[in-house]
Each structure stands twice: as C-alpha cells, then as structure tokens.
Design a protein around this ligand. Structure first.
Ligand code: ZN
Length: 676
C-alpha cells in the first residue's frame, strides 16, 4: 500500500560530499550538468531531449544493466561504498561487533562461490524432499507453511498490515501471489511478444528442473504443468491497476469465513505450521483468488501441486545455488524479460542481498560513514518549505469547497516526516548468520522477517519503522501512517547538492519531497484520512470535481506511446503522475518563496527558473532497453522517464514562461491538466 517514488526494484546508497571521505569513497555525482544538454534541440519542442540529449548519447547502458539513468549512477556509487564496508567486515575477526559479524559473514558467505559450488543442490534438497514426500493433499497446508517461512512465493502471501479502517492496529493479511511473471495479464495477452515470453518462461522452468536432475522429457512436462497452474492463479488474480484500489483489496473476515472460501485447504494446519499470534479476524485481500486456489487444489491431482511448489522453491533459491542456476535465472529474468546483456558481477549481487536481508544492520555503517546530522537538518528544512507551499496551494485552489479544504489542510498538517534512517535500529540478535552457509543465511533471514511480520498481528502499528533501508535511492509516502520517508541514499547529488544554488536543489530533492507529499492527495492517498484510515473526507461535489480533474491525467498519459505500440497505462500510473505534477508545481512555488524578491541572477546563462526545470529533467536522464521500457509500461505504476518530464512540464504555464515557448509549442498542453 505504500506509494514509492521509483521502481521498487531499484536499490542503492550514496555518501554526502561534506564528509571527510576515506580513500575508497567515490566522489559525488554532479547535479546540474551543462554537458548533458543538447542545445540543438528546442526546449519548447521536446524538453526531455533538450535537458538530457547529450547525456543519453554519452552514457550507453552498461552490459549488466537494463536501464541506465541518474538513479542508477547514484545506486552504483552507493554500492561501491557498501562494498567497502562489507569487505572490511568480512574478514574473520573476533573484535567485530555483533552487527558487523552478521553483515560481514553474510557477505563473505555469499561471495564464496567455491563453497556454494561444492554444496551443489544439497541446501535446497530438504525443502524439495518435503514436497516430494507428501502423500495426500491434506498435507499441502503444512508443507506450504514451511516454504513460506523460508521465503518461497507460492500461491499466496501471509503477513500483517495496518487495518485500513483502524490504522493504529496491525491485523493478519492473506494476499494473492505465486506468479512468475510481473502481472496477471502476462498470462493471457495474445500479441507475438507476450506469446514468445510465455514460451521462453516455460523453457526456463524446464531447464531449471533439468539442472535439479530431472530428465529433459520430465522437465518439459513439469514446466507445462507449472504454466497451467500459474495461468489458473492468474485468472483469479487482480491486475496491478485493480490492486491500487484499497476497497478492492480490503475484505475483513473471520478465520472461519476464510475457511469457508477454501474447503480444500485446511487453514488451521497452515496456522499450526507458521504459528501466528491468535487473531479473531484478518484481511483477505482477494477472496476470489482464495476461491480460485481452492478450485485448483480440489480439481487437480497432488502431483500437479507438488510440481508447482517445487518450481517456486527452486526459483526462490536460485540466487544462492551454484552458478548454473544463477545463469539460467539471469537468462530469463535478466536477458529475456529486461534486455540486459550480462549478469551483474557477484559483488553487486551480494551487496544487494545483504541490503535486502540485513538492511538496518548494514545501514548503520552506511549512515555513520555518509550521513551526518546536518544532512538531516537541512533536509527537514526543505520538507517544511515544501509543506508550506502545498498548504498555500490547497488554500488557493479554486475548485475546492471550504469543507473539504479544511480536511485537506488538516491532513497535510498531520503528515509526519522521517528522514535518513530509523531512530531505533532493528534488532537482528535472533537471526543467526553462519560463516560459509550462504543458503542457510538467506533462509534464516527470510524466516526472521516472516516471524517479525507475524509478531505484529494484534499489536499497535509502530510508525517509526521503515519499509526502505537507509542506502536506498528512493522515497515513499505511507497512506496508512500518513508519513513521508526519505532514506539517506537519495539525499545526495544529483538530488541534493550542498554546493548548488537553490534552483537546482528545488528541481531535484525539492521535487522528490513535493512528489511524496502529493501522494497523500492522489487518487489512492486521498481515500485515507489524517489518521491513515480508509474514510471519505470529501464532499460529493468535491469528489466529483477531483475525479474529473484526475481523468485529464488519465487521458494525457494514456496517449503516450513508449515502444512499438505500447502505451503508458493512464490509470495504473495515475497516482504517480498526480504526484509528479503536483510535486513539481509545489517545488516551484517553494523555490519562488525562497528566492523572494531578490533580483533574478543568471548562472551559466540560465535564470533560476530555467535551472530549476533543467535540474528536474536531468534527474530523469535515462537510457533503457526496449524490453525494460515494455516491462515498465505494462507492470509499473511509474511512467517512462521521458514522460515523467514532458508530461509534467507541458502542464505548467510557468515552464512555458521560463523558456519563452510560443503558444503552439508541443510543450504547451491544451487544456493543461492540473489537480494540485
Ligand atoms: Zn510516487
């Protein structure tokens, strides 16, 4: 339910340039970049091309990436810093702190490919054997519970979440899951590329089974079975656009009612295995999915379910299995699906795994090295400046009536700010990290996280917790907690540059802050009140007006073609587009406030407002493979980089004025869309 700023898959870290840097710390990235600009392009014709044209020409996609942009550059820089931390801590040294022992030994074990090769498939065998040993369908819930604890994505997910209608308390939740492709539509689309993708997935599944020792004939038959099961699950799944609607994924019921939905699956046995705290009711995200899963289990033989579970187990384990499994996984998920040419070096993958599994342990060293208290203080100051701008914007909106305006201002005033890293670090003492046991460490980390989530059931929501690790180059708004969260990883150049002028920083991190604040008022966030409860605070008249204004964005982004005949999905990306448009507008307002009445001074031949818009656009300079562009448009809530720039500036008369665009320029949209 959280709304993030960027593609969820992007993770990384960085350092603040004011710090004394150790020898291994890479230098900070540049923010405003004159060499990125293509001056042969008219900014009023295609602003993205103008601001990023030369950058795109000079920064081809590295072979181990499927897209390459300024976010990635910062991510890579952060990874290099983390690598330095992890290499230092991976030496077996009795003087390490308990936290450093965990991150160091986790990384060491992940990097020890010789040991991983020597063990072969033995580390995953106990799980596969348990699946094979089932003699009756009644054993499925018990075996599935064990697989879920170990981290496998089979059938559904079970966890905790704040109750949408009582957001101070966590409740248990069961949600749809268990697919190998990014969205349910991938299983049904009939265009050539989609058919080809499914054929390649089937081959990939077969090859993975072969690597585990199956004969080619059995592996091929098993792959067909897996496709059949996943297609049946996809059929009863909500698509990503529907999942954005909180009312479609909130169905509170008793465990007895859940059991009625799926007579063929004994939930009490599942609960006996996973051991959640006792609860009276839970949220069943998608009741139709549970019914569909029941039909699938009831209508197929046990071997079919076993084959599916074996596939999801191997898939989940592949990154800590021998190289043949890793390469095969990359062949499909890296090359075919995303268009990358080469597997990322082992160290990058192991840095990533450590961040995923021990993020708040690794994050402690990262923050100590890169994020001083003054960085936190200056970010907080900018957040307050952006909040003041949004307050002014809401106060002046012509379409809103006083009743709703009062509620909106109340909600804004109650947004909490979290900056850099948690006040209290997560305690990993219950998680054993054993030197030389890469798979065991990964499984235990999954079990630790699974249990951590379950323990929250029935407990008050801890709003100090973070959903992103400190080194992450990303940010999010949480509608259930009504707070904005900015990890240390994004609070650096090119987003924030202490040496740059205000215009550059407001176009960068100012826009990011504005974007997250606006999420509290997008099509989804606006359904939650100041306390984070799913509750309508709109008058019918204002709601109607809001929906009408939002529809303008839906139509605008629906019209953008990103590759071949693939359009952006205007409804899937509506929340992000609302946040991009509102975010840049309030960042611009905040900049004007800060500049005040001081006379406009040009730098490098650009006025402050021109620098603001160029700085904003340059955050999005990106090259990507056509496969990645397609994947993003079909399954991601964020629009393609070019349209995150052009789609926004073309709605802003302030932009046209700053660059002196003529009335019929392509960068002036008629009528302009605006909500906030
Ligand atoms: Zn966002």
């Amino acid at each position: 339910m959280r709304r993030s700023f960027l593609t969820a898959g992007l993770l990384l870290l960085a350092a603040i340039c004011t710090l004394a840097q150790n020898a291994s710390t890479p230098s900070p990235l540049s923010s405003f970049d004159l060499t990125a600009i293509d001056k042969s392009v008219d900014p009023c014709q295609d602003f993205y091309q103008y601001a990023c044209g030369a950058w795109m020409k000079n920064n081809p996609i590295p072979p181990d990436q499927s897209s390459w942009g300024r976010f990635n550059e910062l991510h890579e820089r952060n990874q290099t810093i983390l690598r330095g931390i992890l290499e230092k801590q991976s030496a077996d040294n009795a003087s390490r702190s308990a936290v450093n022992q965990k991150i160091g030994d986790y990384y060491y074990s992940c990097m020890d490919e010789a040991a991983i090769e020597a063990k072969g498939t033995a580390p995953v065998k106990p799980y596969m054997d348990k699946i094979d040993a089932m003699k009756d369908k009644s054993e499925i819930p018990t075996v599935l519970g064990g697989l879920h604890r170990a981290g496998a994505n089979a059938f559904f997910g079970f966890s905790s979440q704040p109750d949408f209608k009582d957001s101070k308390v966590n409740i248990a939740t069961a949600d749809q899951g268990g697919l190998s492709l990014p969205d349910r539509d991938y299983y049904f689309k009939t265009d050539v590329k989609s058919v080809e993708l499914r054929e390649k997935l089937e081959k990939h599944i077969a090859k993975t089974f072969e690597l585990y020792g199956e004969s080619p004939a059995k592996a091929a038959a098993d792959a067909k079975t897996v496709m059949k099961v996943e297609t049946a699950l996809a059929k009863v799944s909500l698509d990503r656009t529907e999942q954005r609607d909180p009312t479609k994924v909130y169905h509170k019921m008793s465990a007895a009612d859940l059991q009625k939905l799926s007579p063929a699956f004994a939930w009490d046995q599942y609960f006996t295995t996973i051991q959640p705290p006792s609860f009276d009711s839970l949220n069943v995200g998608e009741p139709d999915f549970v019914k569909g899963m029941n039909e699938l289990i009831a209508g197929n033989d046990l071997d079919t379910v076993k084959t599916y579970l074996r596939w999801q187990t191997l898939r989940g384990a592949s990154s800590m299995l021998p190289k043949a499994f890793v390469d095969e996984d990359f062949e499909f998920y890296g090359k075919t699906l995303r268009g990358a040419k080469e597997l990322r070096p082992r160290w990058k993958r192991c840095v990533q795994h450590t961040d995923n599994d021990l993020g708040e342990a690794l994050g402690q060293a990262y923050v100590a090295e890169t994020f001083p208290p003054e960085a936190k203080a200056r970010t907080l100051k900018m957040v307050h400046e952006l909040e003041a701008a949004l307050k002014q914007d809401i106060a002046e909106l012509s379409w809103m009536t006083p009743d709703t305006r009062k509620q909106a201002l109340e909600k804004l005033s109650r947004i909490d700010n979290k900056i850099g890293y948690p006040d209290k670090w997560r305690d990993y003492s219950a998680l054993d990290i054993v030197r030389g046991d890469a798979m065991g460490n990964s499984v235990r980390a999954n079990q630790f996280e699974f249990n951590r989530q379950l323990k929250k059931i029935g407990m008050p929501v801890d709003r100090n917790e973070w959903e992103m690790t400190p080194p992450t180059v990303n940010a999010y708004y949480n509608p259930l907690e009504n707070n904005v969260n900015f990890p240390a990883g994004i609070l650096q150049p090119p987003f924030y540059d202490q040496k740059a002028d205000d215009a550059v920083n407001f176009g960068g991190i100012g826009m990011v802050i504005g974007h997250e604040l606006t999420h509290g008022f997008d099509d989804e966030g606006s359904q939650f009140d100041a306390d984070g409860n799913l509750k309508n605070w709109w008058t019918p008249q204002d709601k109607e007006q809001f929906d009408k204004l939002e529809q303008c964005f839906v139509n605008e982004y629906d019209s953008f073609v990103v590759v071949d005949d693939v359009h952006i999905k205007g409804k899937l990306t509506l929340g992000e587009n609302t946040a991009d448009n509102g975010g840049l507008r309030i960042a611009h307002m905040a900049l004007l406030d800060v500049l005040g009445t001081t006379p406009t001074k040009e730098i490098d031949g650009y006025t402050p407002e021109q620098r603001f818009f160029i700085s904003f656009a340059q955050v999005w300079c990106t090259n990507e493979t056509p496969q990645q562009t397609r994947l993003q448009a079909l399954s991601n809530e964020h629009s393609d980089a070019r349209f995150r720039v052009n789609g926004v500036v073309s709605n802003m008369p302030e932009f046209a004025k700053a660059f002196g665009c003529k009335a019929n320029s392509p960068m002036i949209r008629k009528p302009a869309c605006r909500v906030w």
